[in-house]
Design a protein around this ligand. Sequence first.
Ligand SMILES: Cc1cc2nc3c(=O)[nH]c(=O)nc-3n(C[C@H](O)[C@H](O)[C@H](O)COP(=O)(O)O)c2cc1C
Length: 218
Amino acid sequence: MNKMVIINGSPKTVGSTSSIFIDEIKRLLDITPIVYQSTQLILDVENSKVMSNILEADVLLFVFPLYVDCIPVSLIKILTTIEQEAMKANEKFPIVYAISNCGFIEAKDNHLALDIVKNFATSVGMLWGYGIGIGGGGFVASQSKNMRKSGPVSNVYAALVELASAMKNQHMKNQHVFVTPKIPRFMYKFGGNLGWYLMGRKYGTVRSLKTRPHAYKK
Ligand SMILES: Cc1cc2nc3c(=O)[nH]c(=O)nc-3n(C[C@H](O)[C@H](O)[C@H](O)COP(=O)(O)O)c2cc1C
């Protein structure tokens, strides 16, 4: 692999869980990839230099959060533009990989989002490497400093190591890989609820935590 592009699909410009995964992947590679932030890229995606960087890469990796069981809209716009440009180009395309992370602990919730990226790749004529679905994104981020040590997110790091090696060798898998941090579901839920409560206290909005402004009223 000589050239790699990573697209960070998180709308957060700083402090995203996606950026933590990208930093770990970069440490594991022998080359320096070009990294685009999707919110910036949508302003620039029709720029021919950017598009040729993407289409001429050997490997294209999308890293993004799960939004409503789908992918963030900025990433949909990018996939659509790449698809249109790829239809015009008649060249060798990159092999595509993806990392989707979600807030719920169930890593398998990412399967539709990974299918979307897989369908994009195959419909454009790109090879599909494989995708990783990661559950408990917020918890993984909170443990990122310990990711490389043995602990509750060491399995997430192992999946990233495997992915980096697969990308170097352009290996493909038939199935997505799903990784859930090693924390009991009830503890994860308790920690999540506590986090919302503490945030509510900080901003004086504890009483509004259970409001349902869009709930159906008879
Ligand atoms: C608008 C929105 C929709 C979301 N939808 C889901 C969802 O359907 N399922 C889920 O498990 N998490 C969902 N989340 C949580 C994010 O996937 C989760 O916080 C993720 O770790 C964020 O990753 P990032 O920091 O890389 O952006 C949603 C978050 C937002 C802001």
